[in-house]
Design a protein around this ligand. Structure first.
Ligand code: SF4
Length: 131
């Protein structure tokens, strides 16, 4: 089985672009992922707002190579915090997402991960500003 994807990856060549932030700060999910290249990364980094603040990218979950990985639980420690902090209930019908079958967050938290996913960029940004 292919490895699970982190839905909060940085912009790097080979990463899959799967969402774009709209004017309201919510993520609009693409029907299909777009694999980005160095040209995309270089161009996006020339803008004032970094690509991670405007787009969502997925790449292979780094597990213990990531600071969010919980060695104790052997899972991603970030998604549980997001679900708890945002506390939005899952709708009966999930919004379409091109990476769901391989998403680490969905694998761990199911529909609750998706219910709290589309403002992650904005909220992380807000927390950084408020810190
Ligand atoms: S949590 Fe749900 S909506 Fe967010 S990236 Fe994963 S599958 Fe897509």
């Amino acid at each position: 089985m292919a490895s699970l994807l982190c839905p909060s990856s940085t912009a790097k060549p080979g990463a899959a672009l799967f969402g774009i932030q709209d004017d309201t700060g919510h993520i609009q999910y693409l029907e299909e992922t777009v694999i980005i290249d160095q040209v995309f990364v270089d161009t996006a980094r020339q803008q004032v707002r970094q690509p991670e603040e405007r787009f969502r990218f997925a790449s292979n979950c780094a597990k213990s190579g990531c600071g969010h990985w919980s060695l104790q639980n052997s899972n991603c420690g970030l998604v549980g915090k997001i679900v708890e902090a945002m506390n939005r209930q899952a709708d009966a019908t999930l919004i379409a997402c091109a990476i769901r079958t391989r998403c680490r967050w969905y694998d761990q938290e199911g529909a609750n991960a998706c219910a709290n996913c589309d403002e992650v960029v904005r909220n992380i940004r807000t927390q950084e500003v408020m810190a």
